[in-house]
Design a protein around this ligand. Structure first.
Ligand code: ARG
Length: 677
């Protein structure tokens, strides 16, 4: 169904064309105040400047040519030359009927050509817990794919999970420390050492000393001797069996290992951090290495060496990868984000085998001056896309391979684009990350264009602002760490439960639990969506869980209240379903009735505005206004007690309001509704 605003715009454009010969797009907005009507055009003002004419006279000329009486009442001119338009009840009724028969989309337009849309969002990194920084990418990305789906496109999530790169080596070192802790009967030494590191945060000397002691005590020589069959070292004797045991261990034990691992991983981070600059050397298969680059060395060695794919290091990586995914999946599940593990989870490691070819292709392809796209510069392989400059005005490199042969974030993204275009046949690729990656994606897109990989594919980067604490600074725990997403969501559910408990103590426990889940998670998501995507916002449990205001609980409550009308009808012996089915006339005589009806038919308009720039806040604003207009209607107009002639019509308004709230919350925003609250 074409939204009214679009129909009106078309007619205005035609009228301008007839009146002035000008071909200009119509400027039509929803009226700011209902006393000016429903829509307003300020084309006459804009054109008058250009044509040096009187705006009011120009508005009159436009109106004289405007054929719109099937949609609006007689247009009025206001102020300096605004054209005010009021919808006709007949038009609204006709549109309402269309929504009634459009059960799945409630008036939202459907595209004829269904395109494949890759949406790249969430992308957490291995060996880490998801934190508040992942919230926005995950839920905004999920909303984008829901919006595209609703348009009849075919969205495909590509979760570009960070499961390759330097942290790979840290994973292995971490597990190795756990193994040694077990072997030497010092089960938790990395806890104590990590605490010491934290305690010495301000004291570099103490940290250096600690680092030396630790490395001395736990000499890391396993990398070297794991290949020596006659003289098996820690690797053969301890590490491999340790990993095997882990893999076969029970679920509870694996959960325990995951929590331990997160500690040991921090410990490795601290260790590498303080080793930087001390110049500690360590023996490896490839000779002496500086300790601080040990994990990158391990990483590079593994990525380079396919033959050891079955060996312990790979087991270690795989094991932690699985645990990370399990943790992420729990969060996706809490957030109600579903996916296909086989086709939508595409970590960086998936592209490993394609990387040499990506680099080769870029070295072979020539630009318009006959120069190769990728060249060696200071030992690294780089592409210099046009228009990107460093601070000192030199061409900015997009590095695709480092001096030591290692590949980078950029290389994986290039491989991913090629794969998405060639194999997934993407018509559009939408990346959802925070604004800090803006330049990375600009350069990525430029290089992919240069390489001719994206002929008919649209590339889009969608960014978002930060989540702030009540103090206006990026949300952190008291000790300054990133807030874990799991804890943040658990807390929201806990607080929602307290609200339910207070409002509805008599509900059975499991129902309370369900409601608390839907309200708590819904509140976090809704609060995020209702803020402009590109701005920062302050995270406040109190605000997001408030029962009044533009919040999830308010919307969920509004929905439940409408549903209760049907139940009350049943109790009064009114067959609501039958009345709705048998409905003949729709009455919009009461002002609040008419206002509500006009809001109902604007659903597709709100959808179009939201998707134009992927801004969910237009949807939440629309839904909130709808709930408010419903409230005004419900206060002013009896429904169940209405005259039997107009009761079906009012029941219909209730039914459509509930359907649109539910569709908006569930199908577009992924927020659960509750039948009874
Ligand atoms: N793992 C990345 C990060 O944590 C996000 C991945 C975004 N997607 C991409 N194709 N680069 O920043």
């Amino acid at each position: 169904m074409k939204p009214a605003i679009q129909l009106i715009s078309e007619r205005i454009s035609q009228a301008i064309q007839k009146a002035t010969g000008q071909n200009v797009p119509a400027i039509v907005t929803g009226a700011t105040d209902s006393k000016f009507g429903d829509y307003q055009s300020n084309n006459a003002l804009a054109l008058a400047k250009q044509l040096k004419a009187n705006p009011r006279q120009l508005a009159e000329k436009i109106i004289a040519q405007l054929q719109i009486d099937d949609i609006c009442q007689k247009p009025e001119i206001a102020g300096a030359g605004f054209i005010n338009l009021r919808l006709k009840p007949d038009f609204v009724v006709k549109n309402l009927r269309e929504i009634v028969s459009d059960k799945d989309r409630l008036g939202i337009e459907k595209t004829n050509k269904s395109e494949t849309v890759v949406v790249d969002f969430s992308g957490p990194n291995i060996a880490k817990e998801m934190h508040v920084g992942h919230l926005r990418s995950t839920i905004i990305g999920d909303c984008i794919r829901k919006l595209r789906k609703c348009q009849n496109h075919n969205p495909l999530w590509q979760n570009h999970f960070g499961d390759w790169g330097t942290n790979f080596g840290m994973v292995i070192l971490g597990l190795w420390h756990m193994c040694m802790a077990k072997k030497h009967g010092e089960p938790l030494y990395y806890h104590t050492e990590l605490d010491k590191f934290k305690g010495y945060a301000e004291n570099k000397e103490k940290r250096d000393e600690l680092c030396r002691q630790i490395l001395k005590r736990h000499e890391i020589d396993w990398l070297e001797d794991s290949e020596d069959k006659d003289n098996p070292g820690d690797g053969e004797i301890d590490f491999h069996p340790f990993l095997k045991e882990l893999q076969q261990s029970a679920k509870d034990y694996q959960d325990y290992i995951w929590r331990e691992f997160l500690v040991v991983y921090q410990f490795i981070n601290a260790l590498e951090d303080s080793a930087t600059g001390i110049g500690l050397m360590i023996q490896t298969r490839d000779g002496l290495k500086r300790y601080e680059s040990l994990s990158s060395h391990v990483t590079y060695m593994l990525q380079r060496n396919d033959k050891i794919k079955d060996e312990q290091e790979w087991m270690a990586w795989n094991f932690i990868r699985k645990l990370t995914l399990k943790h992420c999946n729990e969060i996706y599940k809490m957030l109600g984000i579903d996916f296909d593990e086989n086709t939508e989870l595409r970590g960086e490691s998936f592209y490993n085998d394609m990387l040499p070819d990506v680099v080769n292709e870029l070295r072979q392809k020539k630009d318009s001056h006959g120069n190769p796209l990728a060249v060696e510069s200071e030992g690294a392989i780089c592409v210099f896309p046009e228009g990107f400059k460093t601070k000192d005005d030199k061409p900015m490199p997009f590095i695709i391979q480092k001096t030591d042969g290692a590949y980078l974030y950029a290389t994986f993204d290039l491989a991913a684009i090629r794969y998405r275009v060639n194999e997934l046949k993407a018509d559009e690729i939408i990346y959802v990350t925070d604004a800090r990656q803006k330049q990375h994606f600009e350069m990525l897109f430029a290089v992919a264009e240069m390489a001719g990989w994206v002929k008919d594919t649209k590339l889009v980067h969608i960014t978002f602002g930060s989540v702030l604490g009540e103090d206006g600074k990026p949300l952190k725990t008291r000790s300054g760490e990133n807030v874990k997403l799991k804890e943040l969501l658990d807390e929201a559910v806990k607080r929602a439960k307290a609200v339910v408990q207070e409002k509805n103590p008599e509900l059975p426990d499991n129902e309370k639990e369900n409601i608390a889940q839907s309200v708590g998670i819904g509140a976090v998501k809704y609060a995020d969506y209702s803020n402009n995507r590109t701005s920062d916002y302050i995270f406040s449990y109190d605000k997001m869980l408030a029962m009044d205001g533009n919040t999830a609980p308010y919307m969920q409550y509004a929905y439940a209240r409408i549903k209760s009308i049907g139940r009350k009808g049943q109790e009064k012996g009114i067959d609501v379903e039958k009345e709705l089915k048998g409905i003949k006339d729709i009455y919009l005589n009461e002002p609040t009735e008419f206002e509500l009806a006009k809001q109902l038919i604007r659903y597709s308009e709100a959808f179009n505005t939201a998707i134009a720039d992927f801004k969910p806040n237009f949807l939440t604003a629309y839904l909130y206004e709808l709930a408010q207009k419903f409230s005004a209607f419900y206060n002013a107009c009896p429904v169940l007690d209405a005259d039997s002639k107009i009761r079906p019509s009012r029941l219909l308004l209730c039914d459509l309001t509930a359907k649109i709230i539910r569709h908006g919350l569930e199908n577009l925003l992924g927020i659960k509704t509750i039948e009874r609250m």
